[in-house]
Design a protein around this ligand. Structure first.
Ligand code: ATP
Length: 243
């Protein structure tokens, strides 16, 4: 029998001022899976992760079901969903620029908050991100773009995520750093984390993910394993749109 998904989304919709921007009938994420959500500018990727957390700057009207480990979170607000372990790292990263790396990483989930989820210690973090270890006394604002992305991810890990949602971690990075960041995300999944990765860089994403969901005009147009999707002509089209 197939294992039940960690995160399950059903009939999720989001409207901005009465205009529907998202319609997802079903999306399921399984244990230790790294799923990439790809699509062109404005396809609805950020709206999707925002709707999963009930969080968005534009405050769209969201409806539908979000189920984590069998528990329906649909009535919970963003803070309560974060406490359940749904951790989002937005494009803007949410790091503190005037605090040291070490201070950025000081806040962590307690045993009670983590409720059986893996708590990443500072040592775990510095093992995963040696660059951050070397720069622990530097201010967040002094870091390079790639290091800031790593710090954003590391801050989320300290809060013991059950599922990590990443919104375009490669944005604005030089190509070499893109692959470093994506490889680190792959490593996190290999170490047991379940990850939903929003990525406009389809070509780079498809090299590291297990599954791909292609989103277009707010709908999931195609979904499959990275191997299946690599040669899908619809993905090829998205390449052209996304590079
Ligand atoms: P990008 O990669 O450019 O961020 P995206 O795939 O994340 O694109 P969204 O930002 O989710 O796309 O946008 C999806 C649709 O919703 C677009 O048509 C966009 O114009 C619309 N939209 C997004 N935010 C708002 C808002 N605050 N108010 C009105 N419409 C919005």
């Amino acid at each position: 029998q197939a294992k039940s998904p960690v995160l399950e989304i059903e009939n999720l919709t989001a409207d901005y001022n009465g205009n529907r921007a998202l319609t997802v009938n079903r999306l399921a994420l399984h244990e230790q899976e790294l799923m990439g959500v790809v699509g062109a500018n404005g396809a609805g990727k950020s709206t999707l992760v925002g709707a999963i957390l009930n969080w968005s700057r534009g405050a769209p009207r969201v409806s539908g079901r979000v189920v984590l480990d069998g528990e329906d979170l649909s009535r919970l607000d963003t803070t309560q969903r974060v406490k359940k372990g749904l951790l989002l790292i937005p494009e803007s990263q949410l790091i503190f620029h005037t605090m040291s790396v070490a201070d950025n990483l000081a806040h962590h989930a307690s045993e009670a908050e983590a409720a059986g989820r893996h708590i990443y210690s500072l040592n775990d973090i510095y093992d995963l991100f040696p660059n951050l270890a070397n720069r622990r006394e530097h201010l967040g604002g002094q870091l390079s773009g790639g290091e800031r992305q790593m710090l954003g991810i590391a801050r989320a890990l300290r809060l013991a995520p059950r599922v990590l949602l990443l919104d375009e971690p490669s944005i604005g990075l030089a190509p070499k750093l893109v692959s470093t960041v994506l490889k680190t995300i792959r490593q996190l999944a290999d170490n047991g984390l379940t990850v939903l990765l929003i990525e406009q860089n389809v070509k780079a994403a498809i090299e590291v993910v297990d599954k791909v969901a292609l989103i277009e005009r707010g709908r999931i147009l195609a979904e499959g394993t990275a191997t299946e999707m690599r040669d899908d002509p619809r993905i090829a089209e998205a390449y052209l749109g996304g590079q």
